[in-house]
Design a protein around this ligand. Sequence first.
Ligand code: B16
Ligand code: MG
Length: 217
Amino acid sequence: MTEACIFDLDGVIVDTAKYHFKAWQRLADLLEIPFTEEDNEKMKGISRVASLDRLIALGEKTYSNKDKEKFCLTKNVWYLEYVSDINQSEVLPGIIDFIAQLKKKSIKIALGSASKNARKILSLVELTEAFDIIVDGNDVINSKPDPEVFLKGAEALSSSPSRTIVFEDSAKGIDAAKAGGFRTVGIGQDIHLGHADIVVEDLRQMTIEDLDKQLYI
Ligand code: B16
Ligand code: MG
């Protein structure tokens, strides 16, 4: 039934969401802006620039464009420092086996990430070759919750959104996939992802047959 699967990167394929949080937390501390894990949850899936705007709004501060550019650059330097020596052990549970299942069934696979570092991260965890198509933050104009990143992926794979599953760990990512007419699987907690078609903790024990049964009723 499923023609293709599109995976988000940070928080779905790789456990890098925690490093984005760590880097934003460090910037928030520097700017003396109160920032919690709950605030970070709302920044998941959105672009670097949009995330910074959100952080600044939390602190009720205003900065020049030049300063904002500098803050984005600094956050990214810290993020890259945190991920510099990650390896396949940071790939999230069940992902490698689930991708193998899809390959066996000749179901096409795309990456749909807001991150401009996506290709670097995939290379560090040795998963670049697993994807038929990679669409990331460098390839889109509109960031999630706009569906552009997923629609581009589906178009490149020649799959119809209604027969394509999007796997996402962020509420904004689920919004984006739904806006594009995709089937959605939330990876994480129901409290944040309750609007997805299905929510699971991770992809351990998951089969594509199970998903087909649950998603196409
Ligand atoms: P970068 P995803 C998103 O990746 C992250 O969830 C989000 O926290 C981050 O700010 C965004 O990428 C931009 O990332 O600064 O590396 O370009 O979850 O869509 O794979
Ligand atoms: Mg994510």
